[in-house]
Design a protein around this ligand. Structure first.
Ligand SMILES: NC(=O)c1ccc[n+]([C@@H]2O[C@H](COP(=O)([O-])OP(=O)(O)OC[C@H]3O[C@@H](n4cnc5c(N)ncnc54)[C@H](OP(=O)(O)O)[C@@H]3O)[C@@H](O)[C@H]2O)c1
Length: 285
């Protein structure tokens, strides 16, 4: 059985839909905290297992011996050490065949705040003795394309990444990599640094936005605290704004860049470029 946790999230949905094209629905199980969100899959024959990362006792029935598991990290930043330890413990108790975990790019060396919980989880998985795969995700390209409209309206892209390069990829590309690992062979105990094929600076992103829209967009590089304050002014909660400013600091250091092209090798095609993603995001609907 292939099991996907966090299946009803944006990444998980793409993984499950891709798997449904490759394996029988009855060979798939999703671990979700809200089974109502998985009703359409249940109707197709997918097994739905209800569990919450924050309630360890609910995880007892989440996994079975011999399962091949994609463990999608929790989105509850700050809670993840405890939550993820509970998932690892449940997978260990069940005796799963493979535990593939969605970590962060360069989890072992990255200085971004978000990396701490991922590194903790990788160590917990290694300690469990389970066969593992670490799918170390770079930044999601949607972090930029989802904001293209407001950025264009303002004519300015703010950040604090200086001239650092970031190599993001679309969720769909990361999902396809997970599918390749879950349905392929020879991935045991591999660590994949997954990123887009071609990185860019935020000034280059602003130039690309200008090129696609015909509107002038400038990159305004701010001190980190000023960037965070600008995000708060735009309506983001302070802790989230601080995490984004910290990620830009990481981009300045190169923490969210990688040139190894492991992602395109895993998916057997180039990753979707910034230009292609912007074209799709800015196309009239
Ligand atoms: N690298 C990046 O740029 C980047 C960007 C965005 C997100 N991420 C991270 O990548 C992962 C997947 O991203 P995504 O876009 O799919 O995020 P998402 O849409 O927020 O999905 C998160 C999934 O985790 C589930 N979840 C959260 N807390 C849970 C809990 N206590 N117990 C069980 N399930 C729980 C959610 O369940 P519900 O469906 O019930 O809410 C959802 O299915 C997340 O860890 C996210 O933080 C990375």
């Amino acid at each position: 059985m292939i099991v996907v946790t966090g299946a009803t999230g944006k990444l998980g949905q793409r993984v499950v839909e891709g798997l449904l094209q490759r394996v029988p629905a009855t060979d798939l199980a999703v671990v979700v905290r809200h089974p109502d969100k998985a009703q359409a899959w249940a109707a197709r024959g997918v097994h739905v297992r209800k569990a919450d990362y924050s309630q360890p006792e609910t995880l007892d029935a989440a996994f079975s011996q011999g399962d091949t598991v994609l463990f999608i990290s929790s989105s509850e930043v700050g809670q993840r050490r405890k939550q993820h330890q509970a998932v690892v413990d449940a997978a260990t108790k069940a005796g799963v065949k493979l535990l593939a975990y969605t970590s962060i790019l360069h989890a072992d060396t990255s200085g971004v705040i978000l990396a701490g919980e991922h590194w903790y989880t990788e160590l917990a998985i290694r300690k469990s003795g389970l066969p593992f795969v670490f799918l170390r995700h770079g930044w999601y390209l949607e972090n930029y394309t989802d904001n293209a409209g407001p950025t264009l309206a303002q004519g300015v892209l703010r950040g604090c990444a200086k001239d650092g390069r970031v190599a993001p990829a679309l969720r769909q590309d990361y999902a396809d990599a997970a599918i390749a690992v879950l349905t392929g062979t020879g991935h045991e105990n591999q660590v994949y640094e997954l990123a887009g094929d071609t990185g860019f600076t935020l000034a280059e992103l602003a130039a690309e936005l200008s090129r696609h829209s015909g509107k002038s967009v400038a990159y305004d590089d701010l001190p980190a605290k000023d960037f965070s304050a600008a995000l708060v002014k735009a309506g983001l909660p302070k802790p989230y704004a601080d995490v984004l400013a910290d990620a830009d600091d990481g981009i300045a250091r190169g923490d969210l860049n990688d040139t190894g092209r492991a992602l395109s090798r895993l998916i057997g095609r180039p990753t979707v470029s910034l230009a292609e993603a912007l074209r799709a995001a800015l196309a009239p609907h």
